[in-house]
Write a protein that binds this ligand. Structure first.
Ligand code: NAP
Length: 301
């Protein structure tokens, strides 16, 4: 039996539209409704037939739902939850896909007192955004982390987990604070570093921007993919997961200083040992099916 039969998606960008495509493909009998704050996005969603019914207000999108998934930037979650509160059916489960969990969980609990709230985070995405960027296989083989609040209904949490399994994901359950520390190092810090490197390179006066682009295959271009990610989404991630990101950034700065010292003092052994350790991590990611084994990310040459 399907975990849900009437799913409402609020926010029809990359993640919301990918959920819609994946539900259509893997659970075709589910009735889908959706809403987005942007009239332009609603018109595109209508034209693409992403959902069965595109509603003009968030309330109208949830009146008949048994699962509501909020797919808006993390700092907008609380406001959107407040907008659906009056129209939310008593038996509906509310979930979200936000990249940070502790602050979002608190915002949802405050806006929806007494509601069945089971936050989640699909660890899958691309640097694209908007309703045309979504695709059905985005979540296949990727992890989805479910973060039920303390005292949450275990049956509701299992239904949300099963929903993500049906979309092709592997599911893990975590406490929200733990999720935020793990993602600070695996996702948020790498994005911050990529934004920094790309910004620094484009600011260098003695190297022209045309040279930066021309010789980017030396490594730079791999950072530019991450640094092309949606500015609104990432502004909100750093505002929302502030403490964990600052803690990981402190650790990173100390490790960077060590490498700086090794370069300054010509300590080749220290550099070699460090680079050998990091190579093994890349191998484990490929072995666990989280990336392509082909060299250079499988690019055609
Ligand atoms: P996106 O493509 O920019 O889509 C977000 C959509 O939400 C936009 O169409 C936006 O409209 C709309 N929106 C903003 N505020 C709203 C509101 N108050 N009510 C209704 N709609 C609203 O972003 P996304 O990549 O799908 O990200 C959505 C969520 O998924 C975020 O919480 C993000 O942290 C999480 N997530 C993202 C990724 C990723 O790689 N992208 C991965 C996992 C999780 P406007 O454009 O008009 O503002």
């Amino acid at each position: 039996m399907l975990p849900f039969s009437r799913v409402s998606i609020i926010g029809l960008g990359l993640i919301g539209s990918s959920i819609a495509h994946a539900v259509r493909e893997r659970m075709p009998t589910v009735r889908l409704t959706g809403h987005d704050a942007s009239a332009e996005v609603r018109a595109i969603a209508d034209a693409l037939e992403l959902v069965d019914d595109v509603a003009d207000t968030p309330g109208a999108a949830v009146t008949d739902a048994d699962l509501v998934i909020l797919c808006v930037p993390v700092c907008a979650m609380g406001a959107v939850a407040a907008e659906i509160a009056a129209d939310l059916p008593a038996e509906a489960i509310v979930s979200d896909v936000g990249s940070c969990k502790a602050e979002v969980a608190a915002a949802l609990a405050e806006a929806l007192p007494g509601a069945n709230v089971i936050p989640a985070h699909p660890v899958a995405g691309t640097e694209r955004s908007g309703p045309e960027a979504g695709f059905a296989s985005l979540f296949a083989g990727r992890w989805c982390i479910v973060t039920p609040p303390e005292g949450a209904d275990p049956i509701a949490a299992e239904r949300v987990a099963e929903f993500w399994r049906r979309l092709g994901s592997q599911v893990e359950t975590m406490a929200p604070d733990h999720h935020d520390r793990v993602l600070a190092v695996t996702s948020h810090l790498p994005h911050l570093i990529a934004y920094t490197i790309v910004g620094t390179a484009s600011d260098l006066e003695e190297v022209t921007s045309s040279e930066v682009i021309k010789f980017s295959a030396g490594g730079f271009r791999d950072f530019t993919r991450i640094a092309a990610s949606d500015p609104t989404m990432w502004r909100d991630v750093f505002l929302s997961n502030k403490e964990a990101v600052l803690e990981m950034l402190q650790r990173f700065s100390e490790d960077l200083s060590q490498l700086q010292r090794a370069i300054r003092w010509g300590d080749g052994d220290a550099l070699f040992e460090h680079f050998t350790k990091t190579r093994a991590i890349r191998r484990s990611i490929v072995e666990q099916g989280q990336d392509d084994a082909a060299p250079d990310f499988g690019r055609r040459h």
